[in-house]
Design a protein around this ligand. Structure first.
Ligand SMILES: O=C(CO)[C@@H](O)[C@H](O)COP(=O)(O)O
Ligand SMILES: [Fe+2]
Length: 219
């Protein structure tokens, strides 16, 4: 079984202190940094883009796990790669040709992730799984932090894990949205090996990041 990793979402961090917040995450045991990029078009919220990612790059050696909620995404992939992303995750609905966008990310020597919304079926990516490094299962509708976890996506994770084991594939299964100290266990038991969390990491236990990361890892 793959080691459980935590990818804190800086969407819940203090935006006026992002450099320091990232340092705190690294000291607290984060495995990577989840960066939620939103364009006010693919999702009804606006966050940050390449200049901020580039500025943050100098504050940590941890991989940047960049979750692109922008459409059309293809023409911006290079910008995120240049800014310092290590994993670039896209939504199938945000590109005209998913296969091309996957190949583009790989050609830039970045890990490629594909994200499935709660209503999006696995069928869309089954044929492409051997090209993908990470499948990001959304457990909320994308757009905002602090939403309620949707337990129905656990079935999708189980289904994906089964296919992964049957085909002997290596991709990571990441879950994103509403993860807390209860449903983390359900997500891990279903087959997720990377947990994204914003609210739980930054707001629980008076913002004790180290403690919250440890609690999220324990199942
Ligand atoms: O991609 C998204 C939301 O669209 C997420 O990464 C959230 O930002 C996670 O935040 P919490 O649900 O843990 O507060
Ligand atoms: Fe995200």
């Amino acid at each position: 079984m793959k080691k459980i990793q935590i990818s804190p979402s800086i969407l819940s961090a203090d935006f006026s202190q992002l450099g320091n917040e990232i340092k705190k995450l690294e000291e607290g045991g984060a495995d990577m940094i989840h960066v939620d990029v939103m364009d006010g078009h693919f999702v009804p919220n606006l966050t940050m883009g390449p200049p901020i990612i580039r500025a943050l790059r100098q504050h940590t050696k941890l991989p940047f796990d960049v979750h692109l909620m922008i459409s059309p995404v293809h023409k911006y992939i290079q910008d995120y790669a240049d800014a310092g992303a290590n994993i670039i995750t896209i939504h199938p609905e945000a590109t005209e040709n998913l296969k091309n966008s996957i190949q583009h990310i790989k050609s830039l020597n970045k890990k490629v992730g594909v994200s499935l919304n709660p209503e999006t079926k696995i069928d869309l990516i089954i044929e492409l799984l051997d090209e993908i490094d990470l499948v990001l299962i959304m457990s909320v509708n994308p757009g905002f932090g602090g939403q309620k976890f949707m337990p129905k996506v656990l079935e999708k994770i189980k289904e994906l894990k089964k296919i992964k084991d049957e085909k002997n594939l290596e991709f990571d299964i990441e879950i994103d949205g509403g993860i807390n100290f209860d449903n983390n266990k359900l997500a891990i038991a279903a087959g997720a090996n990377i947990l994204v969390s914003g609210t739980t990491i930054f707001k629980n236990n008076n913002g004790n990041i180290k403690k919250n990361i440890e609690l999220l890892k324990s199942s």
